[in-house]
Design a protein around this ligand. Structure first.
Ligand SMILES: [Zn+2]
Length: 275
């Protein structure tokens, strides 16, 4: 999960609209589903949000969920300079480590906004992995990344030295890659359509990534923001009531196909052993 407030949602933050709810209860809803199945997850948390929700996160981390970084503030890394990125992430990594007493080794970029230069920064700062490779150009703030000099381990998994890129899962639709790894992609799509893509994918691969945001599972009322564009209004509301059921079905599907559920931190260990 990318642990961020409702106000961090790109279409809201870029609109400048102020919202008075954080809809963070969706994180508890998600972890309840996972805990029912004994599944551990990685919580990619925004650095400046972490101190405010530290007491809420600590029991989950003590219970085996992993903590990773979702940047310092929820700003697309590609919208700031490499030097600014380095400085912000260096500080955020240290601060999160102190706050929770864990070594933060994972990163996911807000808006999956990442390039190779910024990946190099993560490697220099001692991260073991990044999980921002979406490779879906209609998404805002993303760029086409090439993984020359990286060893490709799976369709969306790359390695350089002891550093991994764990990309998001995709399937081809009319010859174009389409994300099937959660978020709005699974929530907004017709269930029959997305279910068939996920099913096909997990029959042919041994790696599947699922992510989402707290607001996507909130039980609270999502505010009506009349200033938003029509699509963004749809994006923040559609499918929220039925998402937990879809997640449940995806978990069942993965279990039936013999998948094991791991945090990205555990996946690093698995991949280290494969070498
Ligand atoms: Zn985010």
């Amino acid at each position: 999960m990318d642990v961020e407030t409702f106000a961090d949602t790109e279409c809201i933050s870029s609109s400048g609209i102020k919202v008075d709810v954080d809809l963070m209860d969706g994180m508890d809803e998600y972890l309840k589903i996972l805990d029912r199945h004994g599944i551990k997850s990685t919580l990619f948390t925004v650095g400046d949000l972490a101190p405010r929700i530290a007491d809420r996160l600590r029991p989950h981390i003590a219970g085996g969920h992993a903590l990773a970084l979702h940047s310092y503030t929820h700003i697309a890394p590609m919208s700031i300079s490499v030097e600014q990125f380095r400085e912000k992430i260096r500080r955020a990594k240290a601060r999160m480590g102190e706050l929770f007493g864990v070594d933060v080794v994972g990163f996911r970029a807000p808006c999956f906004s990442m390039d190779k230069e910024r990946l190099n920064v993560l490697r220099e700062l001692g991260f073991r992995y990044d999980s921002s490779h979406l490779d879906y150009l209609p998404a805002r703030h993303t760029v086409k990344m090439n993984f020359n000099n990286y060893q490709q381990l799976r369709p969306n998994v790359f390695r350089k030295g002891n550093f991994y890129e764990f990309g998001l899962s995709k399937e081809k639709v009319f010859g174009q890659p389409f994300p099937i790894s959660g978020g709005g992609y699974v929530r907004l799509s017709n269930w029959g359509f997305i279910k068939a893509l996920i099913e096909h994918h997990i029959h042919h691969h041994d790696y599947y990534v699922f992510y989402l945001h707290p607001f996507e599972l909130t039980k609270q009322k999502v505010p009506f923001l009349k200033e938003l564009k029509a699509y963004d209004k749809y994006y923040i509301k559609q499918g929220i009531r039925t998402y937990s059921q879809r997640i449940e079905w995806i978990i069942q599907m993965l279990m039936k196909n013999g998948f094991e559920f791991v945090t990205f931190e555990q996946l690093v260990q698995v991949m280290d052993k494969e070498q």
